[in-house]
Each structure stands twice: as structure tokens, then as C-alpha cells.
Design a protein around this ligand. Sequence first.
Ligand code: ATP
Ligand code: MG
Length: 139
Amino acid sequence: MFDHILIAVDGSPHSDKALDYARGLAERFSARLLLVHVYPQTSDLLGYSDFERLVSRRQAAGQKIIADARRRLGEIDAAVLEDLLEGPDAEAILSAAQAHEVDLIVMGTRGRGAIEGLLFGSVSRKVTHLASCPVLLIR
Ligand code: ATP
Ligand code: MG
């Protein structure tokens, strides 16, 4: 049913839980996994004299989130591809889903955001509204 699953991770406990589900689904359906993290857009850093160092720092923080997620997957009976992208977050997830022709997006209902009481985060809400494939939100 699913051949290619995109799992979007932000390093939060919610995304860890979604990652565990994505792992199980990939093994169950013999699907490939596309592990995606989006680091914040860097256009706000333009004009800073140490622009490149600040960009590298954002990319390194993003790379660590990908590496932690890959480590959490551990030994897995599925092909895993990693994709580190620049924001805006929901748009980057949606375009990766299209470019890689995935047939399922898995993500947490909430993420690292601090505002309590909301059911959906802005990223999960936007991706769910605009995706052209099924989206599985884990809560
Ligand atoms: P908000 O960001 O609006 O304050 P939130 O952080 O609680 O709210 P979301 O950001 O929508 O909620 O996170 C929901 C899920 O979306 C996360 O569990 C994760 O799966 C995915 N996600 C969020 N941000 C990113 C990101 N930068 N890169 C990849 N996936 C992300
Ligand atoms: Mg968030």
C-alpha cells in the first residue's frame, strides 16, 4: 500500500514517536523511508558579517537532528534516505514529498513549539491541508 514514506522530524518527543511509527510502517510495507528535517530559513541572517558561520551553525544543528533520528531508527529493514532542507518548514516538506513522489507523510501532531493546549502545530496543520498524498499525524 505504501512504497515510499516521508517522515518529518524536528527532534521533539512528538516527532520521535512519529518516527517509531514510520519505522514500523516502513518495515511492515517494505517501503523506503525519506527522513526530512528543515532548518530555519537563513535570509534573516543576510547582512551579518559572519553570515556563513551563522548559516553553518543552523545547518549543523539540523544535521544533528537528522543524525539523532537516524540513530533512533537503528537497524532497520528498509532503505533510508536523509534530506536536510532550508525553510520555510511546511513548504519544504511538501516540496520534498512531491519531488520524491512519496505516498505517505508521517509527522507528529505537535512539535517543539511551546504554546500548550493547541491540538495541531502550524507545520502539521499546513502540511495536512496542502499535501497531495495521505498524511498520518501521530499524537
Ligand atoms: P509550532 O511550530 O506551530 O509552534 P509545534 O512545534 O508544536 O507548533 P509543529 O511544528 O507543527 O508543532 O510540529 C508537528 C510535527 O511536524 C513535528 O512532530 C514534526 O514531525 C514535524 N516538524 C515540525 N517542524 C519540522 C521541521 N523543521 N522539519 C521537519 N519536520 C518538522
Ligand atoms: Mg514547530
